[in-house]
Design a protein around this ligand. Structure first.
Ligand code: DGY
Length: 320
């Protein structure tokens, strides 16, 4: 039996059904941990989401589990080392959501710089009285300097878009990449990137090293006119420091698709700020991309059940 922790985009269940017995949590909300634990007592495969915590204790309760397939590229919710120790391959969905997430990154850059949400709200609340020379004026995106922190697949896709906007592109990454060089992006130390960029966009994976990366020193290192964008993972940001940065004017604005706790608690001070635009983790949310992710995760699951190497495996060391 395989356990699916959520109803999935069309096509995924249909792809799995001929090959295995399926049990699925029926609601479009995170499966309660005790329900997941009980379901895994008898499951050979797990199809999960980034909202599910897969840790060593859960694996202890899953003696028959042979494969875990996550419908996401990120897998910081999974204790991969514990999976590897048990010989369980873990699959993810890299590549298919790259361009879609880069589009949303640009949507946040444009929306924060050009005050799109504020402008639309002004229309709805009857404030549009005439064309006014100084009303709702924002900052240009074209021609500005973009600092990309983390030049992986999504960072590079954002850089490609930035090149089309005539932006100067700086990046900081462990290594310099040929793709970045081909786009005219310049590797710089992080402090230099922060000091020079009009937009700073985060594209690193969440790891022990990147947790809390965006702290007071990071934000104070940015220009007062700069905009911070995060479509990666929320825990990389110290939200108390971000609140101070936005409310005390250390930086101009922020556009977030992810927050430290998701959903963001309704009493989060960030929700009180007009210069902080927050979306509900929708970076990959297009019909086509979510379908590709769902099918890719189904392929990983079926390969694991068949005892084959997962097409996209985050812990290939399980194969010795
Ligand atoms: C991922 O896949 O990791 C994104 O955050 C959700 O699409």
């Amino acid at each position: 039996m395989v356990y699916l922790t959520r109803p999935l985009p069309e096509g995924a269940v249909e792809a799995l059904a001929p090959h295995c017995e399926i049990a699925m949590y029926p609601l479009d909300e995170p499966v309660p941990p005790d329900v997941l634990r009980a379901a895994l007592a008898d499951s050979e495969g797990l199809y999960c989401l980034l909202t599910d915590r897969i840790d060593a204790a859960l694996l202890e309760a899953a003696p028959r589990l042979r494969v875990i397939s996550q419908m996401a590229v990120g897998y910081d919710n999974i204790d991969v080392a514990a999976c590897t120790a048990r010989g369980i391959p873990v699959g993810n969905t890299p590549g298919v959501l790259t361009e879609t997430t880069a589009d949303l990154t640009f949507a946040l850059m444009l929306a924060t710089a050009r005050r799109v949400v504020e402008a639309a709200e002004a229309v709805h609340s009857g404030q549009w009285r005439s064309w006014r020379p100084t009303w709702l004026i924002g900052a240009d995106v074209w021609g500005a300097t973009l600092g990309i922190v983390g030049m992986g697949r999504i960072g590079a896709a954002v850089a490609r878009r930035a090149a089309g906007f005539g932006m100067r592109i700086l990046y900081h990454n462990r290594s310099q990449t040929a793709e970045a060089a081909a786009l005219g992006a310049e590797w710089v130390p992080l402090d230099e990137l922060l000091a020079q960029s009009d937009f700073v966009s985060l594209h690193c994976p969440l790891t022990a090293e990147t947790t809390g990366l965006v702290d007071e020193a990071f934000l104070r290192g940015m220009k007062r006119s700069a905009i911070f964008i995060n479509t990666a993972r929320g825990p990389m940001v110290d939200e108390a420091a971000l609140y101070r940065a936005l409310s005390e004017g250390w930086i101009h604005a922020a556009g977030l698709d992810v927050t430290a706790v998701e959903p963001i608690p309704m009493d989060s001070p960030l929700l009180t700020l007009p210069n902080c635009l927050i979306l509900p983790h929708v970076g990959s949310a297009t019909v086509a991309t979510r379908r590709k992710m769902a099918l890719m995760a189904a392929d990983n699951l079926l390969a694991g059940l068949a005892g084959k190497r997962l097409p996209n495996c985050v812990n290939p060391e399980v194969y010795g």
